[in-house]
Design a protein around this ligand. Structure first.
Ligand code: PAF
Length: 279
């Protein structure tokens, strides 16, 4: 497993691999790797000849009052977790490598970035799209894998790839959950055991709403009120959104249909958690 931090070195290495006909597979991450990442990496191994994992905590996707400084960073620990997964290259650039002085070019996926988390994290998806496009230009993957927990991120990236004619296959991979149903996230390390109990109610509220839908309910306002009650009864009062929306446009809906996205974002003692399921 080679560790590369220079953009130039990464590009020249990958150019050599592509010249010999190798298929490049990329798993972009911000580190603090968990079982969800491990699954993405294992799937990435199946989908390419050269498997590259990027580890970069991207400053441009954090708002001024978010956790960029405190975001968990543990490169050594991450390397240990993935040493047996057949990763060929870890691309772990510094901030200056990715955003040199006077950097001033950004990418925006105008409409998709406005919904759901977009209301609460202005500029977040612009930062995500920009860094992912840069990673695609540096690593030149044929296939890139992203977790479906960040469903809106996945849609933003797929749309960017389509709109900008990028030759990358973007693959979404199902959410990985702990035994209590909590969606795995690097930010779960901020949660105390008590917070984790409350956090497990987040996926429970989604499952209960889906149960209502399966029983024939279609009124999204009723279903959302019902889900919010479950959360509030569990002490989860800081809800950014709980919404049923079209799974492609992410626009909210009055009447739900099968396949719609049911998405939620809450804060538990300041820790932001997101989750989703499809109806
Ligand atoms: O999902 C993440 O870890 C990040 O948003 C990503 C895609 C690596 C971009 O920084």
């Amino acid at each position: 497993m080679r560790i590369i931090s220079s953009v130039r070195e990464m590009q020249s290495l990958v150019n050599g691999e592509i010249r010999t006909g190798k298929r490049i597979s990329l798993v972009p991450t911000m580190g603090a790797l968990h079982e969800g990442h491990i699954n993405l990496i294992s799937e990435g191994r199946n989908r390419g000849d050269v498997l590259i994992v990027s580890i970069f905590v991207n400053p441009t996707q954090f708002g001024p009052n978010e956790d960029f400084t405190n975001y968990p960073r543990d490169l050594e620990g991450d390397l240990r977790k993935i040493e047996n997964l057949g990763v060929d290259i870890i691309f772990a650039p510094t901030q200056e490598e990715i955003y040199p002085v006077e950097f001033q070019t950004y990418v925006e996926v105008k409409e998709l970035q406005e919904h759901l988390c977009g209301h609460f994290r202005p500029g977040h998806f612009r930062g995500v799209a920009t860094v992912v496009l840069k990673l695609f230009n540096i690593v030149k993957p044929h296939v890139a894998l992203f977790g479906e927990k960040d469903y809106q991120q996945l849609k933003v990236i797929q749309r960017m790839v389509r709109d900008l004619n990028l030759e990358v296959e973007v693959v979404g991979y199902p959410i990985v959950r702990d035994k209590d149903g909590l969606a795995l996230s690097s930010r779960n390390v901020y949660l105390s055991p008590n917070d984790k109990n409350s956090a497990s109610q987040v996926s429970k509220s989604l499952r209960e709403i889906k149960r209502k839908f399966d029983m024939g309910c279609r009124n999204t306002k009723l279903m959302v009120e019902f889900g919010k009650k479950i959360l509030e009864e569990a002490g989860v009062n800081d809800i950014d959104y709980l919404e049923i929306c079209d799974s492609e446009t992410l626009g909210s809906k009055e009447l739900a249909s099968r396949g719609d996205l049911l998405a939620v974002a809450v804060r538990i003692k300041g820790t932001k958690l997101i989750d989703n399921i499809r109806l």
